[in-house]
Structures are given as C-alpha cells and as structure tokens.
Design a protein around this ligand. Structure first.
Ligand code: ZN
Length: 134
C-alpha cells in the first residue's frame, strides 16, 4: 500500500458555526463548504490547509458516531485520514497484517471519496481513516 499524504484531520465539534468562527474567522482558513453525509449522521465542513484539509464534524443526531465521540471524549481531534492510491488493496494488505478494520469494504464519504476506518485498538489509539479520491 502507498500512503500519499495526510488527506485531512477530522475534528469533532458540537456546533459547526462555533467551529467555523475559530478555524475561519480567527485562524483565517478559507471555508470550502459543508456537506451532510446522512448515513454517518454527520455534517462536514472543509478548510483546505496546503495539501491537506481540516474537516469539522458536527453530528446531525444524538446517536450518531460524532455525538457519541463528543459524549465520551469531548470535542477535538477525532481521526486522521491518509490518502492512499488503492484503498481496496490497502485494506486487504492491512487485514493480512492482522489490523482490525472497522470497514472491511470502502464506503462513500464526503466529496464522493472512498473511505474506510481502521480500529483504534489496532493503531495505538488513533482512529485512522483511509481515503481514495479519483
Ligand atoms: Zn474524515
């Protein structure tokens, strides 16, 4: 497998507007727009930073994964996403190496990217997302 770069950092926020006020108004990052991924019960907001992006995540429902994350750990860095050249190949290679996968098969995330998560129990506590964009 080949990791090309850090695609984005996923940051859980309780409120997208409040999150934007910091990342955009205070830090001065351009806001690229938001998108709701209904299946994940999340609204994402993107702020490009050089070759990568900051992705704010606001839950759309109290039982969504981001809401549950904030309940347990509070707001903050939720996942690190690496861009790979071939996500299917990466997942089978990692599986063969004994890495626990949350997603055995890629699903479609924000921006139409193919994404899959690795279990934090296999990554020393970091929720890692693999992401392939065409
Ligand atoms: Zn992500």
């Amino acid at each position: 497998m080949k990791i090309l770069k850090i695609d984005h950092l996923g940051i859980a926020v309780k409120d997208m507007q409040a999150g934007k006020a910091f990342w955009s108004d205070i830090l001065g990052l351009a806001f690229e727009g938001e998108e709701t991924v209904a299946e994940q019960k999340v609204t994402t907001g993107f702020f490009p930073v050089g070759e990568s992006e900051v992705e704010l995540l606001e839950s759309t429902a109290p039982d969504g994964p981001v809401a549950r994350y904030i309940e347990k750990k509070g707001e903050g860095l939720q996942h690190v996403a690496f861009r790979v050249d071939d996500i299917e190949a990466a997942l089978s290679e990692l599986k063969a190496k004994g890495v626990r996968l949350i997603d055995e098969k890629p699903r479609i995330g924000a921006g139409g990217a193919k994404i899959a998560f690795l279990h934090p129990k296999s990554t020393h506590g970091v929720l890692v997302e693999l992401c392939q964009r065409s």
